[in-house]
Ligand binder design. Structure first.
Ligand SMILES: [Zn+2]
Length: 272
């Protein structure tokens, strides 16, 4: 039992989602509409990639899809938080007041059943895409379960405070995302698991047929595996095979094809 607790604690510490293990240590946490217009940048392909990679597609992205930032008390706050490509990470935060206006409950299976709770919600566009993805998976006899979607700023504050009380500030700050810096506040991220790993958000999910199916197919529905293995230095988070972020189908295809994280995508695309 002790070993299990240690393992779970370690998992929580390394997790960018934090506090989302269903059924175990459950806290009261729970916690766009158009594709960005990308324009091929063929004329710059050669100079940037060299002639041997001339088939690589480079892209330009409208400025509205880049973070617009203002500094508030030393925090880089995202002004255009409704942007479906909002880059939320350890550098850029959503405002405490930001609540997506189009949250809906997707019609999919949840690990916690039919409860109507905050974490079952996603922004409309992401919810529709999630429904399509789960249905397509089911057609291949892959049964996915949504575990945790939208998480409000206030919920994140509560989670952090609970954790500080439980393990102290230093440890809590490592384990739990700082309010505003959780991607779940966008309403565009969903943690997904399967019965085969007891609906847990665990590294083992990446080894299941469900986790593998998601990794190889999520981009067809506009989702990316947000925290891939071996990209920890770029995303700032350990590998999370369960955390999928909606970015729109075209963008997801580009990121998948080029093996880019969202951070790398913004470094590679040209702002127009
Ligand atoms: Zn997550």
């Amino acid at each position: 039992m002790k070993k299990i607790i240690i393992t779970l604690t370690a998992a929580a510490l390394l997790s960018g989602c934090s506090v989302k293990i269903p059924f175990i240590n459950e806290k009261p946490e729970e916690k766009a509409e158009q594709n960005p217009q990308l324009v091929e940048r063929n004329e710059q392909t050669k100079e940037n990639y060299g002639s041997n990679q001339s088939n690589e597609e480079l892209f330009a992205l409208e400025a509205a899809h880049f973070n617009s930032i203002k500094e508030v008390n030393g925090v880089k706050e995202i002004v255009n938080a409704d942007n479906v490509l909002a880059l939320v990470n350890k550098e850029f935060a959503l405002p405490g007041t930001y609540i997506p206006e189009d949250l809906v409950k997707p019609n999919v299976q949840f690990s916690f059943g039919e409860q109507d709770i905050e974490k079952s919600y996603l922004r409309k566009e992401a919810a529709v895409a999630l429904e399509k993805m789960f249905a397509a998976a089911e057609n291949s006899n892959i049964y996915l379960f949504a575990v945790s979607g939208y998480r409000s700023y206030n919920r994140q504050v509560a989670i952090l405070n609970n954790e500080i009380e439980r393990v102290g500030k230093d440890q809590a700050m490592q384990a739990v995302a700082i309010p505003g810096k959780s991607e779940h506040q966008t309403g565009l991220a969903m943690d997904i698991s399967s019965e085969s790993v007891q609906y847990l958000l665990t590294d083992n999910f990446g080894e299941t047929k469900e986790g593998k199916w998601l990794k190889e197919n999520a981009h067809h529905f506009g989702f990316i595996l947000r925290y891939p293995k071996d990209k920890e230095g770029i995303t700032g988070y350990q590998f999370e095979p369960w955390h999928f972020r909606y970015v729109g189908e075209k963008n997801a295809q580009i990121m998948y094809k080029n093996n880019w994280t969202l951070e790398e995508f913004f470094k590679e695309v040209r702002k127009i």
